[in-house]
Design a protein around this ligand. Structure first.
Ligand SMILES: [Zn+2]
Length: 422
Protein backbone atom coordinates (compact mmCIF):
# COMPACT_ATOMS: atom_id res chain seq x y z
CA UNK A 1 0.00 0.00 0.00
CA UNK A 2 1.47 3.37 -1.02
CA UNK A 3 1.23 6.33 1.34
CA UNK A 4 -1.87 8.36 0.46
CA UNK A 5 -2.18 12.09 0.91
CA UNK A 6 -4.03 15.10 -0.39
CA UNK A 7 -3.66 15.63 -4.14
CA UNK A 8 -3.38 11.94 -5.00
CA UNK A 9 -5.92 9.93 -6.92
CA UNK A 10 -6.54 6.30 -7.75
CA UNK A 11 -8.46 3.16 -6.93
CA UNK A 12 -6.68 2.90 -3.55
CA UNK A 13 -7.95 6.37 -2.64
CA UNK A 14 -11.47 5.28 -3.58
CA UNK A 15 -11.11 2.18 -1.43
CA UNK A 16 -10.22 4.27 1.63
CA UNK A 17 -13.01 6.76 0.93
CA UNK A 18 -15.50 3.93 0.63
CA UNK A 19 -14.58 2.36 3.96
CA UNK A 20 -14.47 5.68 5.82
CA UNK A 21 -17.91 6.49 4.49
CA UNK A 22 -19.22 3.05 5.46
CA UNK A 23 -18.05 3.41 9.05
CA UNK A 24 -19.64 6.81 9.42
CA UNK A 25 -17.13 9.45 8.38
CA UNK A 26 -18.17 12.40 6.27
CA UNK A 27 -17.08 11.57 2.72
CA UNK A 28 -19.01 13.63 0.18
CA UNK A 29 -18.06 11.53 -2.84
CA UNK A 30 -16.27 8.20 -3.34
CA UNK A 31 -14.47 9.47 -6.44
CA UNK A 32 -10.87 8.34 -5.96
CA UNK A 33 -9.69 11.94 -5.55
CA UNK A 34 -7.95 12.74 -2.27
CA UNK A 35 -9.13 16.30 -1.66
CA UNK A 36 -9.91 18.53 1.31
CA UNK A 37 -13.01 16.57 2.31
CA UNK A 38 -11.15 13.25 2.36
CA UNK A 39 -8.30 14.77 4.33
CA UNK A 40 -10.73 15.99 6.99
CA UNK A 41 -12.31 12.54 7.22
CA UNK A 42 -8.87 10.90 7.59
CA UNK A 43 -8.00 13.38 10.35
CA UNK A 44 -11.21 12.59 12.19
CA UNK A 45 -10.49 8.87 11.89
CA UNK A 46 -6.96 9.43 13.21
CA UNK A 47 -8.21 11.44 16.19
CA UNK A 48 -10.70 8.71 17.07
CA UNK A 49 -7.97 6.11 16.93
CA UNK A 50 -5.30 7.82 18.98
CA UNK A 51 -3.13 8.65 15.98
CA UNK A 52 -1.56 11.99 15.17
CA UNK A 53 -4.04 13.76 12.93
CA UNK A 54 -1.91 14.65 9.92
CA UNK A 55 -4.47 13.60 7.31
CA UNK A 56 -1.96 11.27 5.63
CA UNK A 57 -2.54 7.55 5.33
CA UNK A 58 0.80 6.04 6.21
CA UNK A 59 1.51 2.58 7.61
CA UNK A 60 0.11 3.27 11.11
CA UNK A 61 -3.14 4.77 9.89
CA UNK A 62 -3.50 2.00 7.35
CA UNK A 63 -2.95 -0.59 10.07
CA UNK A 64 -5.99 0.85 11.87
CA UNK A 65 -8.05 1.01 8.70
CA UNK A 66 -7.28 -2.48 7.46
CA UNK A 67 -9.54 -4.39 9.89
CA UNK A 68 -12.48 -2.40 8.53
CA UNK A 69 -11.50 -3.30 4.97
CA UNK A 70 -11.39 -6.95 6.01
CA UNK A 71 -14.54 -6.56 8.08
CA UNK A 72 -13.29 -8.18 11.27
CA UNK A 73 -10.89 -7.85 14.18
CA UNK A 74 -9.00 -10.46 16.16
CA UNK A 75 -9.81 -10.26 19.85
CA UNK A 76 -8.17 -11.93 22.81
CA UNK A 77 -10.69 -12.94 25.46
CA UNK A 78 -10.20 -11.26 28.83
CA UNK A 79 -11.47 -12.35 32.25
CA UNK A 80 -15.11 -11.36 32.70
CA UNK A 81 -15.85 -11.15 28.96
CA UNK A 82 -19.11 -12.37 27.50
CA UNK A 83 -19.88 -12.60 23.79
CA UNK A 84 -22.62 -10.06 24.35
CA UNK A 85 -20.15 -7.62 25.84
CA UNK A 86 -17.67 -8.16 23.03
CA UNK A 87 -20.40 -7.81 20.42
CA UNK A 88 -21.48 -4.50 21.90
CA UNK A 89 -17.94 -3.23 22.00
CA UNK A 90 -17.59 -3.84 18.25
CA UNK A 91 -21.11 -2.79 17.22
CA UNK A 92 -21.89 -6.28 16.05
CA UNK A 93 -24.03 -9.19 17.26
CA UNK A 94 -23.39 -12.43 19.09
CA UNK A 95 -24.66 -14.52 16.21
CA UNK A 96 -22.04 -13.27 13.78
CA UNK A 97 -19.33 -14.05 16.34
CA UNK A 98 -20.50 -17.63 16.87
CA UNK A 99 -20.76 -18.10 13.08
CA UNK A 100 -17.18 -16.94 12.63
CA UNK A 101 -15.94 -19.11 15.51
CA UNK A 102 -17.83 -22.40 15.18
CA UNK A 103 -15.75 -24.10 17.91
CA UNK A 104 -16.57 -21.56 20.59
CA UNK A 105 -18.77 -22.30 23.60
CA UNK A 106 -20.51 -19.02 24.46
CA UNK A 107 -20.96 -20.10 28.08
CA UNK A 108 -17.35 -21.09 28.68
CA UNK A 109 -15.06 -18.59 27.04
CA UNK A 110 -11.37 -19.38 27.35
CA UNK A 111 -9.48 -16.43 28.69
CA UNK A 112 -6.57 -15.67 26.38
CA UNK A 113 -8.15 -17.40 23.37
CA UNK A 114 -8.13 -15.33 20.19
CA UNK A 115 -11.44 -15.08 18.39
CA UNK A 116 -12.67 -13.43 15.19
CA UNK A 117 -15.09 -10.57 15.69
CA UNK A 118 -16.88 -9.60 12.47
CA UNK A 119 -17.94 -5.96 12.39
CA UNK A 120 -21.56 -5.04 11.76
CA UNK A 121 -20.75 -3.95 8.19
CA UNK A 122 -20.76 -5.83 4.90
CA UNK A 123 -17.42 -6.97 3.55
CA UNK A 124 -17.76 -6.61 -0.23
CA UNK A 125 -17.28 -3.03 -1.40
CA UNK A 126 -19.57 -2.27 -4.30
CA UNK A 127 -19.00 1.44 -4.86
CA UNK A 128 -15.39 1.44 -6.06
CA UNK A 129 -13.24 0.15 -8.94
CA UNK A 130 -12.97 -3.50 -8.01
CA UNK A 131 -9.27 -4.33 -8.21
CA UNK A 132 -7.57 -7.65 -7.55
CA UNK A 133 -6.35 -6.28 -4.20
CA UNK A 134 -9.85 -5.33 -3.13
CA UNK A 135 -11.07 -8.79 -4.11
CA UNK A 136 -8.30 -10.49 -2.12
CA UNK A 137 -9.24 -8.57 1.01
CA UNK A 138 -12.92 -9.31 0.49
CA UNK A 139 -12.22 -13.04 0.06
CA UNK A 140 -10.20 -13.07 3.28
CA UNK A 141 -12.91 -11.13 5.10
CA UNK A 142 -15.67 -13.43 3.88
CA UNK A 143 -13.84 -16.62 4.79
CA UNK A 144 -13.08 -15.34 8.28
CA UNK A 145 -16.70 -14.52 9.01
CA UNK A 146 -18.17 -17.46 7.06
CA UNK A 147 -15.79 -20.36 7.73
CA UNK A 148 -18.00 -22.75 5.80
CA UNK A 149 -16.77 -21.14 2.56
CA UNK A 150 -13.95 -23.01 0.86
CA UNK A 151 -11.34 -20.93 -0.94
CA UNK A 152 -8.79 -22.30 -3.33
CA UNK A 153 -6.94 -21.23 -6.46
CA UNK A 154 -7.29 -22.87 -9.86
CA UNK A 155 -4.02 -21.50 -11.20
CA UNK A 156 -2.15 -18.27 -11.71
CA UNK A 157 -2.31 -15.47 -14.25
CA UNK A 158 0.55 -14.54 -16.58
CA UNK A 159 1.86 -12.13 -13.94
CA UNK A 160 1.44 -14.60 -11.11
CA UNK A 161 -1.79 -13.39 -9.56
CA UNK A 162 -4.00 -16.07 -8.05
CA UNK A 163 -7.08 -17.24 -9.91
CA UNK A 164 -9.24 -17.58 -6.82
CA UNK A 165 -12.09 -20.03 -6.53
CA UNK A 166 -14.76 -19.93 -3.84
CA UNK A 167 -16.89 -23.00 -3.23
CA UNK A 168 -20.33 -22.97 -1.63
CA UNK A 169 -22.51 -25.97 -0.89
CA UNK A 170 -22.13 -29.70 -0.55
CA UNK A 171 -24.72 -31.00 -2.94
CA UNK A 172 -24.44 -33.34 -5.91
CA UNK A 173 -25.28 -30.72 -8.59
CA UNK A 174 -22.03 -29.04 -9.51
CA UNK A 175 -22.29 -25.67 -11.22
CA UNK A 176 -19.62 -23.14 -12.16
CA UNK A 177 -19.90 -19.36 -12.38
CA UNK A 178 -17.10 -17.10 -13.54
CA UNK A 179 -16.55 -13.38 -14.12
CA UNK A 180 -14.11 -10.96 -15.71
CA UNK A 181 -12.82 -13.05 -18.60
CA UNK A 182 -12.82 -9.61 -20.18
CA UNK A 183 -10.87 -7.08 -18.17
CA UNK A 184 -12.99 -4.02 -18.92
CA UNK A 185 -16.01 -6.00 -17.71
CA UNK A 186 -14.64 -6.14 -14.17
CA UNK A 187 -17.99 -5.06 -12.68
CA UNK A 188 -18.99 -8.74 -13.03
CA UNK A 189 -16.51 -9.61 -10.24
CA UNK A 190 -18.20 -7.62 -7.44
CA UNK A 191 -21.56 -9.00 -8.67
CA UNK A 192 -20.34 -12.54 -7.95
CA UNK A 193 -18.57 -11.49 -4.74
CA UNK A 194 -21.62 -9.69 -3.40
CA UNK A 195 -23.73 -12.71 -4.20
CA UNK A 196 -21.33 -14.94 -2.22
CA UNK A 197 -21.74 -12.59 0.72
CA UNK A 198 -25.53 -12.43 0.54
CA UNK A 199 -25.89 -16.16 0.12
CA UNK A 200 -23.47 -16.86 3.00
CA UNK A 201 -25.34 -14.45 5.22
CA UNK A 202 -28.60 -16.28 4.52
CA UNK A 203 -27.04 -19.69 4.97
CA UNK A 204 -25.40 -18.74 8.27
CA UNK A 205 -28.82 -17.82 9.67
CA UNK A 206 -30.51 -20.83 8.10
CA UNK A 207 -32.51 -18.20 6.27
CA UNK A 208 -34.28 -17.56 3.02
CA UNK A 209 -32.94 -15.52 0.16
CA UNK A 210 -35.37 -14.41 -2.57
CA UNK A 211 -37.74 -17.15 -1.49
CA UNK A 212 -35.05 -19.86 -1.70
CA UNK A 213 -34.09 -21.59 1.54
CA UNK A 214 -30.30 -21.25 1.52
CA UNK A 215 -29.90 -24.66 3.15
CA UNK A 216 -31.76 -26.37 0.31
CA UNK A 217 -29.37 -24.92 -2.23
CA UNK A 218 -26.41 -25.84 -0.02
CA UNK A 219 -27.58 -29.45 0.20
CA UNK A 220 -28.57 -29.85 -3.44
CA UNK A 221 -25.77 -28.02 -5.19
CA UNK A 222 -22.07 -27.28 -5.06
CA UNK A 223 -21.39 -23.87 -6.54
CA UNK A 224 -17.88 -23.07 -7.71
CA UNK A 225 -17.14 -19.42 -8.42
CA UNK A 226 -14.07 -17.89 -10.05
CA UNK A 227 -14.89 -14.20 -9.73
CA UNK A 228 -11.89 -12.83 -11.65
CA UNK A 229 -10.53 -14.93 -14.52
CA UNK A 230 -8.33 -12.12 -15.84
CA UNK A 231 -6.78 -10.25 -12.89
CA UNK A 232 -3.80 -8.83 -14.85
CA UNK A 233 -6.16 -7.31 -17.39
CA UNK A 234 -8.42 -5.89 -14.69
CA UNK A 235 -5.40 -4.26 -13.07
CA UNK A 236 -4.42 -2.75 -16.43
CA UNK A 237 -7.89 -1.32 -17.06
CA UNK A 238 -8.31 0.13 -13.58
CA UNK A 239 -4.80 1.30 -12.69
CA UNK A 240 -3.07 1.58 -16.07
CA UNK A 241 0.54 0.57 -16.52
CA UNK A 242 3.70 1.98 -15.05
CA UNK A 243 6.62 2.80 -17.39
CA UNK A 244 8.82 0.41 -15.41
CA UNK A 245 6.51 -2.53 -16.17
CA UNK A 246 8.49 -5.07 -18.24
CA UNK A 247 5.80 -5.14 -20.93
CA UNK A 248 5.21 -1.40 -20.98
CA UNK A 249 6.40 -0.68 -24.52
CA UNK A 250 4.64 -3.52 -26.27
CA UNK A 251 1.40 -3.01 -24.38
CA UNK A 252 1.29 0.69 -25.20
CA UNK A 253 2.03 -0.20 -28.81
CA UNK A 254 -0.77 -2.81 -28.88
CA UNK A 255 -3.05 -0.14 -27.43
CA UNK A 256 -2.26 2.18 -30.36
CA UNK A 257 -0.04 4.40 -28.27
CA UNK A 258 -2.70 5.18 -25.67
CA UNK A 259 -2.34 4.93 -21.88
CA UNK A 260 -6.12 4.68 -21.53
CA UNK A 261 -7.17 1.04 -21.30
CA UNK A 262 -10.95 1.41 -21.10
CA UNK A 263 -11.40 -0.70 -24.23
CA UNK A 264 -8.96 -3.45 -23.14
CA UNK A 265 -10.61 -6.88 -22.84
CA UNK A 266 -7.59 -9.12 -23.24
CA UNK A 267 -5.12 -10.52 -20.76
CA UNK A 268 -1.72 -8.92 -20.25
CA UNK A 269 -0.31 -10.71 -23.33
CA UNK A 270 -3.00 -9.17 -25.51
CA UNK A 271 -4.98 -12.39 -25.92
CA UNK A 272 -8.77 -12.19 -25.71
CA UNK A 273 -9.42 -15.01 -23.23
CA UNK A 274 -12.98 -15.48 -24.42
CA UNK A 275 -11.72 -16.15 -27.97
CA UNK A 276 -9.10 -18.59 -26.70
CA UNK A 277 -11.16 -21.76 -26.18
CA UNK A 278 -11.28 -24.72 -28.49
CA UNK A 279 -14.68 -24.13 -30.10
CA UNK A 280 -14.51 -23.05 -33.77
CA UNK A 281 -11.18 -21.50 -32.82
CA UNK A 282 -9.64 -22.24 -36.26
CA UNK A 283 -12.57 -20.64 -38.03
CA UNK A 284 -12.19 -17.59 -35.85
CA UNK A 285 -8.49 -17.38 -36.68
CA UNK A 286 -9.38 -17.15 -40.35
CA UNK A 287 -11.71 -14.26 -39.59
CA UNK A 288 -9.32 -12.26 -37.44
CA UNK A 289 -7.79 -10.38 -40.35
CA UNK A 290 -11.17 -9.25 -41.63
CA UNK A 291 -11.89 -7.97 -38.10
CA UNK A 292 -8.75 -5.87 -38.25
CA UNK A 293 -6.85 -8.09 -35.82
CA UNK A 294 -3.23 -8.81 -36.72
CA UNK A 295 -1.87 -9.99 -33.37
CA UNK A 296 -1.97 -9.20 -29.66
CA UNK A 297 -4.10 -6.23 -28.76
CA UNK A 298 -6.95 -4.91 -26.63
CA UNK A 299 -9.52 -7.44 -27.89
CA UNK A 300 -10.42 -10.18 -30.35
CA UNK A 301 -6.99 -11.75 -30.74
CA UNK A 302 -7.57 -15.47 -30.14
CA UNK A 303 -3.96 -16.28 -29.28
CA UNK A 304 -1.48 -18.65 -30.96
CA UNK A 305 -3.51 -21.75 -30.03
CA UNK A 306 -6.58 -22.68 -27.97
CA UNK A 307 -5.87 -22.45 -24.23
CA UNK A 308 -2.51 -20.80 -24.95
CA UNK A 309 -3.01 -18.56 -21.91
CA UNK A 310 -2.63 -19.70 -18.30
CA UNK A 311 -5.98 -18.13 -17.37
CA UNK A 312 -8.09 -19.88 -20.03
CA UNK A 313 -6.17 -23.10 -19.57
CA UNK A 314 -6.82 -23.01 -15.81
CA UNK A 315 -10.54 -22.47 -16.38
CA UNK A 316 -10.68 -25.30 -18.95
CA UNK A 317 -8.65 -27.66 -16.72
CA UNK A 318 -10.85 -26.85 -13.76
CA UNK A 319 -13.91 -27.61 -15.90
CA UNK A 320 -12.42 -30.92 -17.02
CA UNK A 321 -11.75 -31.91 -13.41
CA UNK A 322 -15.41 -31.49 -12.49
CA UNK A 323 -18.78 -32.70 -13.57
CA UNK A 324 -20.53 -29.40 -14.13
CA UNK A 325 -24.20 -29.62 -14.78
CA UNK A 326 -24.32 -25.98 -15.91
CA UNK A 327 -21.98 -23.02 -16.30
CA UNK A 328 -22.46 -19.25 -16.35
CA UNK A 329 -19.86 -16.85 -17.75
CA UNK A 330 -20.43 -13.21 -16.83
CA UNK A 331 -19.88 -10.39 -19.33
CA UNK A 332 -21.32 -6.91 -19.88
CA UNK A 333 -22.34 -6.30 -23.49
CA UNK A 334 -26.04 -5.58 -23.25
CA UNK A 335 -28.73 -7.16 -21.14
CA UNK A 336 -28.92 -10.50 -22.86
CA UNK A 337 -28.28 -14.17 -22.23
CA UNK A 338 -26.53 -16.20 -24.92
CA UNK A 339 -27.59 -19.79 -24.61
CA UNK A 340 -26.63 -21.81 -27.68
CA UNK A 341 -23.67 -22.90 -29.70
CA UNK A 342 -24.03 -24.44 -33.17
CA UNK A 343 -27.12 -26.29 -31.97
CA UNK A 344 -24.98 -28.56 -29.83
CA UNK A 345 -26.71 -27.46 -26.63
CA UNK A 346 -28.97 -30.02 -24.93
CA UNK A 347 -32.75 -29.85 -25.42
CA UNK A 348 -33.35 -28.32 -21.97
CA UNK A 349 -30.97 -25.41 -22.62
CA UNK A 350 -33.66 -23.20 -24.12
CA UNK A 351 -36.13 -23.79 -21.30
CA UNK A 352 -33.51 -23.12 -18.62
CA UNK A 353 -32.40 -20.03 -20.55
CA UNK A 354 -35.99 -18.80 -20.55
CA UNK A 355 -36.17 -19.25 -16.79
CA UNK A 356 -32.91 -17.35 -16.28
CA UNK A 357 -34.22 -14.61 -18.57
CA UNK A 358 -37.48 -14.41 -16.66
CA UNK A 359 -35.85 -13.89 -13.26
CA UNK A 360 -33.26 -11.40 -14.50
CA UNK A 361 -35.32 -9.41 -16.99
CA UNK A 362 -32.69 -10.08 -19.65
CA UNK A 363 -33.46 -11.23 -23.18
CA UNK A 364 -32.46 -14.62 -24.54
CA UNK A 365 -30.38 -14.09 -27.63
CA UNK A 366 -28.42 -15.90 -30.32
CA UNK A 367 -24.85 -14.74 -30.73
CA UNK A 368 -23.77 -12.99 -33.92
CA UNK A 369 -20.42 -12.01 -35.44
CA UNK A 370 -17.29 -12.65 -33.39
CA UNK A 371 -19.38 -13.75 -30.42
CA UNK A 372 -20.06 -16.99 -32.30
CA UNK A 373 -16.56 -18.30 -31.71
CA UNK A 374 -14.15 -19.69 -29.18
CA UNK A 375 -15.83 -18.45 -26.01
CA UNK A 376 -15.89 -20.35 -22.74
CA UNK A 377 -19.57 -21.24 -22.86
CA UNK A 378 -19.19 -22.33 -26.50
CA UNK A 379 -16.44 -24.70 -25.56
CA UNK A 380 -18.39 -26.00 -22.58
CA UNK A 381 -21.47 -26.72 -24.71
CA UNK A 382 -19.40 -28.32 -27.44
CA UNK A 383 -17.43 -30.47 -25.03
CA UNK A 384 -20.19 -31.56 -22.65
CA UNK A 385 -23.53 -30.93 -24.42
CA UNK A 386 -24.80 -29.36 -21.24
CA UNK A 387 -26.34 -25.95 -20.57
CA UNK A 388 -23.85 -23.09 -20.67
CA UNK A 389 -24.72 -19.40 -20.71
CA UNK A 390 -23.01 -16.10 -21.27
CA UNK A 391 -24.81 -13.57 -19.11
CA UNK A 392 -24.36 -10.06 -20.46
CA UNK A 393 -25.22 -7.56 -17.75
CA UNK A 394 -25.58 -3.80 -17.94
CA UNK A 395 -25.76 -1.35 -20.77
CA UNK A 396 -23.42 1.23 -22.21
CA UNK A 397 -19.75 1.57 -22.85
CA UNK A 398 -17.21 -0.55 -20.95
CA UNK A 399 -16.04 -0.37 -18.30
CA UNK A 400 -19.54 0.17 -16.97
CA UNK A 401 -19.63 2.74 -14.19
CA UNK A 402 -19.84 1.22 -10.72
CA UNK A 403 -22.99 3.31 -10.23
CA UNK A 404 -24.75 0.58 -12.25
CA UNK A 405 -23.83 -1.99 -9.65
CA UNK A 406 -27.04 -1.99 -7.59
CA UNK A 407 -29.27 -2.49 -10.60
CA UNK A 408 -27.07 -5.20 -12.07
CA UNK A 409 -26.88 -7.04 -8.77
CA UNK A 410 -30.63 -6.79 -8.34
CA UNK A 411 -31.14 -8.38 -11.75
CA UNK A 412 -28.80 -11.26 -11.03
CA UNK A 413 -29.32 -12.31 -7.43
CA UNK A 414 -32.14 -14.72 -8.16
CA UNK A 415 -30.60 -15.90 -11.43
CA UNK A 416 -27.53 -17.09 -9.52
CA UNK A 417 -29.70 -18.99 -7.03
CA UNK A 418 -31.91 -20.55 -9.65
CA UNK A 419 -29.02 -21.69 -11.85
CA UNK A 420 -27.80 -23.92 -9.02
CA UNK A 421 -31.08 -25.80 -8.93
CA UNK A 422 -32.23 -26.20 -12.55
ZN1 LIG B 1 -17.19 -9.91 -22.57
Amino acid sequence: MRVLRKGMRGSDVAEVQSILKLIGYNISSVDGIFGENTEQAVKAFQRNNGLSADGIIGPRTYERLEPFLLGYALYKIKPGDTLYKIANQYSTNVYSITTANPGINPFFLNVGEEIIVPFGIDVVQTDIPYTYDVMEKDIQGLVMRYPFLVVDTIGKSVEGRNLYMIKLGEGPREVFYNGSHHSNEWITTPVLMKWIEQFSKAFAMDGIIRGYPARTIWEQATIYIVPMVNPDGVELVINGISPDHPRYNEIIQWNDGSTNFDRWKANIRGVDLNRNYDASWDEFKEMEESLGVDGPGPYLYGGPSPESEPESKAVADFTREHDFRLVLAYHTQGEVIFWNYRNLQPPEALKIGEMLAAVSGYTLAEPVGAALYAGYKDWFIKEYRRPGYTIEVGRGENPLPISQFEEIYENNEELLLLAALV
